[in-house]
Design a protein. Structure first.
Lengths: 247, 353
């Protein structure tokens, strides 16, 4: 696989910086499956990556032929945008393989058409609302992961309900939680409460227990789906994976 | 019947199929993709010794089915859940008519459910009524992701769906099995969302709504609607096989469902031939939560008996031998203990709309 080229009629100017493969992979890693809340590279959804001069070709794959097409479209569109934003990239072809709507999605992305145009007659709006819905679900799950770590560390539920963001020690769970809060336009200041609902409201003490329970089932649901999708992908593409897992 | 440690379990397989996805019956690339997707489910979650070759999986015969379910698989009564998919398969994937052949031959072994598609309108409604009068089903299996001409999916709240549900109520078809799948329309909504089941269950309080696959991949939405309506049940097809590959996750799913819906509203199913009931029953009876799961309701022998057969037997008025009943439970009916109100994030599934 070539990562640079030395000109020619279709090539870039000879002094163009080569496209860094790791930078492209990192960009693809920032694109997340909206349902599973994990990056495309860690999920194994990037089937191949080819860099030729200033052109990047990436193939994406999913765990099943019938994975939900709306999420598939979002991931391909996001991957296309992420690849194009990498320094030096002038052409990008991001293609979805082996999916029942591959043709529609790939044609839509290649012609840079909107979602609605790609599925003429089958959709009545763009996907922002869906994306926000799943950002809220994953906010609940990220918050629950942080809460669980604190409870495991000896914090009581009452204390948890009073904690402010500024009280928390740095941790990877905190970072991802704050990132999602910020994406949803919610307060991330040090005085803001840790435990909030998806609209950013604090949870009254008498509702805290129920809040934590519902957050738990939301996390179980999302993490369970992610585990299942990994298994299905491995089965579909004959990838190495443990058949029985502990979590 | 399954017997272990002196306990006898009445087993109702709440969701199984006798399908035909042979190459001759497969209409197009979607039908081919569908059966291959099913095969990956089978291969991914089954113990190795239970994995079939693809050819057998596409179409299996009566003798295989009868042996797997009733000789080897401990099943007392199996419920046919037809899945038509006539846009994918010439003669359908498994229809009421195909299932009726076995029901007629072995009347005590099977419960025959039917199906409807509200997009067939008035004519479809008449056909549905004729089918109900002919086969006398007590339930229907609905697949909201099914394609029909230009339509690539529907909801239980669609006006024609409400008319069909009215008809179910009128004809005594009281068990409505709902299977959510990836619809193509409307693409900008979450097609797995079970909010329409919530609406239908409150419009039709005399019908029972069994959400197949316990709403996976939307377990949280399923738990939420389960607290809202006492006539919503969880069918455990597809959740069951995680007991082998991911036993901890299985414990979380069952634990959450027992908390939110209670022990009287969950029903066992193999989804045969996706998975073989033998290993599912054996592993479930042996199953214990991992030690760290201290917050979930207990999974006792009585709870296991209810899930494996007694709950479905109640829904379908099946006769259960006295020795397999749970002592002192009688006709207590489903647990409708009010669950606490859930704060605002419960609306994340869009149920407030």
């Amino acid at each position: 696989m070539r990562t640079t080229t030395t000109g020619g009629p279709a090539g870039p100017p000879v002094d163009a910086p080569p496209v860094d493969r790791d930078a492209v992979l990192a960009a693809l890693g920032t694109v997340r499956d909206p349902e599973l809340d994990q990056g495309l590279t860690e999920l194994g959804f990037v089937a191949s990556l080819e860099i030729e001069g200033d052109t990047v070709r990436a193939h994406l794959r999913l765990p099943t032929y019938f994975c939900a097409p709306n999420f598939a479209y979002l991931m391909v569109a996001d991957a296309d945008a992420a690849v194009r934003a990498v320094p030096g990239v002038r052409q990008a072809e991001v293609v979805l393989d082996d999916h029942f709507t591959s043709d529609e999605i790939n044609a839509g992305i290649a012609q840079r058409r909107s979602f609605q145009e790609s599925f003429e007659g089958l959709a009545d709006d763009e996907l922002d609302e869906l994306r926000t819905l799943f950002r809220r679900k994953t906010l609940v799950a990220r918050q629950q992961r942080l809460e669980r770590a604190l409870l495991d560390g000896g914090t009581t539920k009452e204390e948890l309900g009073r904690l402010k963001l500024g009280d928390l020690p740095p941790s990877p769970e905190l970072d991802t939680y704050l990132q999602r809060r910020a994406e949803l336009g919610l307060d991330v200041g040090p005085e803001a409460p840790l435990v909030i609902d998806t609209a950013g409201n604090p949870i009254p003490p008498e509702l805290l227990e129920d809040h934590l329970r519902f957050a738990r089932v939301t996390r179980v649901s999302i993490e369970g789906n992610a585990g299942f999708c990994r298994g299905m992908l491995a089965t579909r593409y004959d990838l190495p994976t443990p058949t029985v897992v502990a979590d | 019947m399954y017997e272990k440690d002196g306990e006898k379990y009445f087993v109702v397989d709440g969701h199984m199929h006798f399908w035909d996805a042979s190459e001759e019956n497969t209409k197009n690339k979607y039908g081919e993709g569908f059966i291959r997707c099913f095969y990956d489910y089978h291969k991914n979650l089954s113990p190795e010794e239970y994995v079939w070759p693809l050819e057998k999986y596409r179409k299996y015969d009566e003798a295989t089915l009868m042996k797997d379910l009733f000789e080897d698989g401990y099943v007392d009564v199996a419920i046919f859940q037809p899945t038509y998919l006539t846009d994918f398969y010439h003669k359908g994937f498994n229809t009421t008519e195909q299932d009726a052949v076995l029901k007629e031959k072995y009347p005590d072994k099977f419960v025959l459910n039917s199906s409807f598609d509200p997009r067939l309108g008035e004519g479809g409604l008449e056909d549905f009524e004729a089918k109900v009068r002919k086969y006398n089903p007590k339930g229907v299996k609905l697949y909201t992701a099914e394609w029909h001409d230009d339509s690539k999916g529907w909801k239980l709240t669609d006006p024609w769906a409400v008319k069909y549900l009215d008809k179910c109520q009128e004809l005594g078809v009281k068990n409505i099995h709902v299977h959510k799948g990836p619809t193509i329309w409307p693409l900008n909504r979450d097609s797995f969302d079970v909010a329409d089941v919530d609406d239908a269950a409150s419009t039709f309080p005399e019908l029972n709504f069994i959400v197949e696959h316990v709403g996976l991949p939307r377990l949280e939405d399923m738990c939420w609607i389960g607290t809202q309506e006492p006539n919503i049940y969880g069918g455990l097809a597809v959740a069951m096989p995680f007991i082998h590959t991911r036993p901890k996750y299985f414990g979380q799913v069952v634990g959450e469902l027992l908390y939110w819906l209670g022990e009287d509203r969950l029903t066992f199913a193999s989804d045969y031939a996706l998975w073989h009931p033998k290993w599912l029953v054996e592993m479930f009876v042996d199953y214990q939560y991992p030690d760290e799961y201290t917050e979930y309701p207990e999974l006792t022998t009585a709870v296991k008996k209810k899930i494996l057969g007694l709950n479905a037997a109640r829904l379908y008025d099946l006769k259960v031998p006295e020795e397999m009943q749970v002592a002192g439970d009688g006709d207590s009916g489903p647990d409708v203990t009010p669950k606490p109100a859930i704060p605002q994030e419960a609306t994340i599934g869009g149920h407030s709309e």
